[in-house]
Design a protein around this ligand. Structure first.
Ligand code: NAP
Ligand code: G3H
Length: 472
């Protein structure tokens, strides 16, 4: 057991004597432990968050910023250790972990700058019977934000919820994913060092299935910002009814490859988009819809590149690393087995040792196969051959996931037309699907989510208008 960290409630690092083991995906053995909090501690976290919120909001923006800047500085100083913690608890390569911390520091800097530009809107009344009114509409914090993050970006997807909330004067109760809790509590330890006012920022840990409902149902909550699976997201949609919700859920992002595409570019983007972090990204390319006249060439080129992806430990910065746990690997295997049993063609891969799956490419996937529709969260990419662009659009839109899509073509007019037809949050032309840059609005619709993230949009989601009307 190498790491044991405490929760953060009311400015104190604490535990309740019950512990939750964190199993490393590297060797499926315990790497550390975090407090398994119960109802009493959860309630306390929300009560203190509620008490702390108004005094925090009354500080000047620059006072709040100074705490966040100190935190950012410490996160940067601890970049290597945070990356090591992520490597052990979520299997992210050391290199990618460091990049994630750097990206998050940039996120904090950008958020701070945007917070300085949250100006009130001033409107003159000039309509029905009103020419003697001046309205000043300011954005004020909503109150207490519950932030729940997934395992795959333990630093970035936490910062993306916590920092916009705090900077504008909300208080936060943050629950990291179980795999991701050591990183979350490491960040909490650094926040404790900064000395945020007591209760402003709380970090609670425990299994989602044990404490999730206790968290979501707490009456002190004003906003729930959740990123994770559709199943849990939909559960929160029901329970959290009446609270403001931002839900970022799963994806099955398609890459549409038209017959005039620059194949070298498409291949590079598809490989990075599909296989980085072993496909454990909501925005990973999770299906390729290709014009049948160029499919053989595309598949041959993809195969060459997949064969170069090295598999192994995140500590050695390998491209293909173990997925989060054995259950996740078994699910990916099920999807592969189902496709192969229904006569899809294995191009390369389909080797597995426990939760380490090789990069797998499967051709001739058809609509009757689960792999055409379900989100694997692993290093497997299905190729679906299409007769024409209409079929690509039809298949792209038929998925219940609607996060992002990408189109590869040299015909920019066609790209614009197809983009207009695709029912999805964002369409990328000649580039992979991805969330960043973090200043862009990021959203999924239908099963992929509700509400919008991104630096400005998250600030909007944790604030509301408050109007002041001057009658003259
Ligand atoms: P998950 O299993 O849904 O877990 C997400 C978070 O919810 C974790 O903190 C989890 O805690 C917590 N949780 C579990 N049950 C809960 C409950 N009943 N009430 C409240 N919280 C609960 O998802 P994951 O496996 O971490 O992440 C993978 C999924 O997230 C994929 O579907 C992926 O596409 C999606 N994702 C989406 C985005 C996006 O922005 N659209 C980004 C990243 C990931 P425990 O870990 O303790 O169970
Ligand atoms: O896993 C979901 C993340 O929001 C994806 O972020 O596109 O930067 O990898 P990314």
């Amino acid at each position: 057991m190498s790491l044991e960290l405490n929760a953060l409630i009311n400015g104190e690092l604490m535990n309740n004597g019950d512990w939750l083991e964190i199993i490393s995906p590297i060797d499926n053995k315990p790497y550390g432990r975090v407090p398994a909090l119960k109802e009493k501690e959860i309630k306390q976290a929300f009560q203190t968050a509620r008490q702390a919120q108004k005094p925090w909001a009354k500080l000047t923006l620059f006072e709040r910023i100074s705490y966040l800047r100190k935190w950012a500085d410490l996160l940067l100083v601890h970049k290597t250790k945070l990356a090591k913690t992520m490597a052990y608890e979520v299997g992210k390569s050391l290199k990618d972990g460091q990049v994630e911390v750097e990206r998050s520091i940039e996120y904090i800097d950008y958020t701070i700058e945007e917070a300085k530009r949250v100006f009130p809107e001033t409107l003159t009344g000039d309509g029905w019977n009103v020419q003697n009114k001046l309205g000043i509409f300011s954005r004020v914090p909503k109150g207490v934000v519950l932030a729940i993050s997934p395992f795959n970006y333990p630093v970035n997807l936490s910062i993306a919820k916590i920092v916009p909330s705090l900077v504008v004067g909300n208080s936060v109760v943050f629950k990291p994913a179980t795999n991701g809790s050591l990183t979350g509590l490491y960040m909490a330890k650094l926040a404790h060092e900064v000395g945020f006012p007591k209760g402003v920022f709380n970090v609670v840990t425990g299994r989602g299935r044990d404490i999730g409902d206790l968290l979501v149902l707490n009456p002190e909550i004003d906003v729930i910002s959740f990123t994770g699976s559709v199943a849990v997201g939909n559960h929160i949609r029901k329970l959290g009814h009446g609270k403001d919700l931002v839900l970022e859920l799963g994806g099955k992002d398609p890459a549409l490859v038209l017959k005039d595409a620059d194949l070298a570019k498409a291949v590079k983007e598809i490989i990075g988009g599909a296989y980085s972090y072993s496909g454990q990204r909501c925005t990973a390319i999770k299906r390729v819809l290709v014009d049948e006249t160029i499919a053989d060439e595309l598949v041959a080129r993809l195969k060459t590149e997949v064969s170069k992806l090295e598999m192994g430990s995140p500590l050695e910065n390998k491209a293909i690393i173990p997925v989060i746990d054995i259950k996740a690997a078994e699910f990916v295997q099920e999807l592969i087995d189902d496709a192969l049993a229904k006569k899809a063609t294995l191009v390369i891969g389909n080797q597995r040792k426990d939760n380490l799956l090789s990069a797998t490419l499967i051709d001739h996937v058809t609509a009757d196969m689960r792999l055409a529709w379900e989100e694997p969260f692993g290093p497997v990419l299905p190729i679906i051959r299409c007769k024409n662009v209409e079929e690509m659009i039809m298949l792209a839109n038929k998925s219940n996931f609607k996060l992002q899509a990408c189109i590869f073509t040299n015909d920019i007019n066609a790209a614009f037309k197809i983009a207009g037809e695709l029912e999805t949050g964002t369409v990328n032309i000649n580039g992979r699907t991805q969330r960043g840059p973090d200043s862009f609005p990021f959203l999924g619709i239908h099963d992929s989510g509700q509400g919008v993230q991104g630096i400005c949009e998250t600030i909007n989601s944790v604030t509301r208008f408050k109007g002041l009307v001057i009658n003259y």
